[in-house]
Write a protein that binds this ligand. Sequence first.
Ligand SMILES: Cc1ncc(COP(=O)(O)O)c(C=O)c1O
Length: 310
Amino acid sequence: MNQLAPPARTIDPRFAGGVAYSQGRYMPVGEASISVLDFGFTRSDSAYDVVHVKDGAFFRLDVHMARFAASMQKRRLAPPEGLSMIEAILHRITWLTGLSDAYVAMIAVRGRPKPGLPRLIANCENHFVAYAIPWIDVLSPEVQARGGHLWIAGTPRIPDESLDPTAKNYNWMDFNQGLMEAQDHGFDTTVLCDAAGLVTEGPGFNVFVVKGDTLSTSGHGVLEGITRRSVLELAPELGLAPRVGPITRAELEEADEVFITSTAGGVMPISRVNGRIMNNDSPGPMSRRMKDLYWQAHGREAWRTPVRGA
Ligand SMILES: Cc1ncc(COP(=O)(O)O)c(C=O)c1O
């Protein structure tokens, strides 16, 4: 029996570059805006999360929703849209773009104090914004193929005691300073150490070190990345023992292999760390295998949620 192909869907051309949701409305992403009076703008007072869509399905959407809920709670943000409505909005914005591979962001914003009330955080009307846009990689595919060049920044990571890194946030000025240092030295990106010289994370990614059969990543000063979590869960399938704990700057510089992980790009091999050139200036074998396994794992039923229409 012949299978009929599903009818082709017509995508509104205004939505080709991405779709946003704000205040109950769906719109082309370029039309979404935020008030200059919003504490989300003037104080970076927000919490967010990013999930990717690959081959028409969200990757580990349940884990992203749980992390977003926890980030909002830590920041005392409670937009009127509840979690199940937020999830429905993510489906809708992605479906409207017609994209099968997408970067989907959800953001809870503080808002501004209600008219006539004192300028207190508690008096702000929180709101929710989301957008789905074409795929984004932290390192371009060309850089991933040759291995990224990672600069260890002189700028220390803001301490966990000052800013909880497990609540995903836009307080990025320490990262930005590190990125400027990396740029000045001709490197692709940067990793920040804490005040004690222990490795933390970089702008939009966690860092992994392979030494022998052990795969290590930092347990403090970091966002608990969902790519990181997936890699830790997949490590035994490659015969690697996962370890979450302190990594010194020297351990990073003397690693057999280094790779970084992010929803925006997956597992991305590193070939240079400051002056050190690794694996003949190319991605290491374990990093390549982990990258392949991570993308294959996108086919596992438990980790995929197909994007729903309407
Ligand atoms: C600071 C920071 N660390 C780590 C990550 C990686 O987290 P995930 O793998 O959940 O994307 C991100 C992602 O944007 C990030 O912003």
